[in-house]
Design a protein around this ligand. Structure first.
Ligand code: PEP
Ligand code: MN
Length: 297
């Protein structure tokens, strides 16, 4: 039950009516579903988006696409334009940019999977839209309202990752920009938040699973969870992925790499193909318990 709190503190009834009327639920049973590349979000199905952090090269992305597809993934993820935290690059640790988008296009043809990839600058939107089925707005750009607006105008579905310092109210405000620009196909993705204490030495972020039911009280948009970025630590990806399904998320994003320890970016967090195959089974088992499924049939 949403309390009618003073505007400006958490989410109030006024916020739902005035600050994000398009994102807010009209009533308690209001949930949006929409189709992307033949896959429905926001229904019984829980689509899984899997792939490497970065589109490192053509063979890696094609191999990963075929393997994650075989294990039952619905979308291939991979960044070609990357919001890397520091400006320094090496031969391995670099963005593959236009080449990466081209390789995603090849992986899409080879596997038949839909593609989700990050967009960082408006000027590359047309090129990215030629290949992408979902445009990812990264956590660092969650409040880049001109970027969200222009990305929304392409009419491609957007996935807006929550900034690790953003409140639910700010996150919903970012999504409102997309709907206000005329795009109703928006997925919200929780990917871990920064906290001032709580095992800070062992984790960079804390997965805010409570935000899944909290968001679902307020918005009709599908909620995804990315346990890979949230935990930043391979052994914790599986338990948090299972917990995400149990918490009621509508989609899961997972980093999967053929040789996780040698991932060019964030090598501590991807899982390998075999772990991904097992996790897909286990996630489906949890989903079945709550009347949902990772399988289309
Ligand atoms: C990513 O998904 O590749 C990514 C950079 O995630 P985030 O924006 O959540 O850090
Ligand atoms: Mn990362």
């Amino acid at each position: 039950m949403i309390q009618n709190k003073a505007p400006g503190k958490d989410v109030s009834i006024e916020d739902m009516k005035e600050k994000f009327p398009l994102v807010a639920k009209k009533d308690s049973t209001h949930f949006s579903d929409f189709e992307v590349a033949g896959v429905t979000f926001g229904s019984k199905l829980i689509p899984v988006m899997a792939g490497p952090n970065m589109v490192e090269n053509e063979s890696l992305i094609v191999e990963t696409a075929l393997q994650v597809k075989k294990a039952g993934a619905h979308f291939l993820r991979g960044g070609a334009f990357k919001p890397l935290s520091f400006p320094y690059r090496s031969e391995k640790y670099t963005e593959t940019r236009e080449d990466g988008i081209k390789w995603l296009g090849i992986a899409k043809k080879e596997s038949g999977l839909g593609i989700i990839t990050e967009v960082m600058e408006e000027k590359y939107l047309d090129m990215i839209c030629d290949v992408a089925d979902i445009l990812q707005i990264g956590s660092r750009n969650m409040q880049n309202y001109p970027l969200i607006t222009e990305a929304a105008k392409t009419k491609k579905p957007l996935m807006i990752k929550r900034h690790y310092g953003a409140s639910l109210r700010d996150w919903l405000g970012a999504a409102e920009y997309a709907l206000y620009a005329g795009n109703k196909k928006v997925i919200l993705c929780e990917r871990g938040v920064s906290v001032p204490h709580t095992h800070k030495d062992s984790s960079r972020f804390l997965l805010d699973l409570q935000v899944v039911p909290a968001a679902k009280e307020i918005t009709h948009l599908p909620i995804a969870v990315d346990p890979s970025h949230a935990t930043f630590w391979r052994p914790w990806v599986k338990p948090m992925a299972l917990a995400s399904i149990a918490a009621g998320c509508d989609s899961v994003m997972l980093e999967v790499h053929p040789d996780p320890e040698n991932s060019a970016v964030d090598p501590l967090q991807p899982i390998d193909f075999s772990a991904f195959g097992g996790l897909m089974e286990e996630m489906n088992n949890i989903a079945t318990c709550i009347g949902r499924s990772l399988r289309d049939d």
